[in-house]
Ligand binder design. Sequence first.
Ligand SMILES: [Cu+2]
Length: 309
Amino acid sequence: MKQRGRALNSQLRNSFSYGGKSMRSHFWNRSAVLLAVAAMAACGGGGGGSSEGAGDDAGEAAPAAAAVDPSTVGTISGMANFGGMVPTMEAIDMSTEADCAAGYGADGPMAQNVLVSGGGLANVFVYLSEGVSGAPAASGAASLDQVNCRYTPHVLGVQSGQDIEISNSDNLLHNINATPTENRGFNISQPRAGITSTQRFAVAEVMVPVRCDVHGWMQAYIGVVDHPYFAVTGADGSYSIANVPAGDYTMTAWHEEFGTMTSSVTVTAGGTAEASFDYSGEMMGADVPMGEALVLEHGTNRIRVERTQ
Ligand SMILES: [Cu+2]
């Protein structure tokens, strides 16, 4: 899939021009932008539990989430803004699966690498990457469905240890092949509609690629963090994260074509802090980290999760 992803990237690069020159660019590096509001400290949360490894279908009950004291938390919201020309997405040939192809309009299915609407960029995974100390355990399960031979959602955020319910809405064979570097991977088959499998990732990892070996165009990404302070930008590029303990943080935004960038953000109790990220087509061809080693704060302990390959 990596190879296929590269090929697609290069097709996109080749088909994209801006001001008469190729937009392939290497200037992108991790940069910081934006913004802060006033401060007032107080940290909440506790626990931070994570159950064991990539699970089996049995699945254990998720631990109950700790109660949130509303007087100590605020909200982070913002936008993934996209400026300039939007790269043209490639058409996907789904002729081998007529039932899936029929689920799309006259234009047929298109690649989802760069989805821009109204100046907003969808499918950016945003999460607090520094400054979190303690967090409630995950509550409830996350969902990953297969609909018309496509993963829904395309980018998913979960908490370490959280159940991920993977289901098949297509009445045909898919397999779900997750290839993390820090976690235990899995490769399961779902031969018909109505099947659900529950999986988990034990430790934080941004991102875990997921693909279907039957349908080469099927690609999803799962961002795993060990706290609940993450979101994926919607179709309009916006996101919002509620119940964040007041404090100073670094937020990281990850996109499958544009790599990562970071922003400082200060959350105040009862307030709404903004952290937005600016993208453009010039950033195509960025180095996109996958399965990155993460440095995570757990109270006074600093834990480094090493890459294993
Ligand atoms: Cu498939």
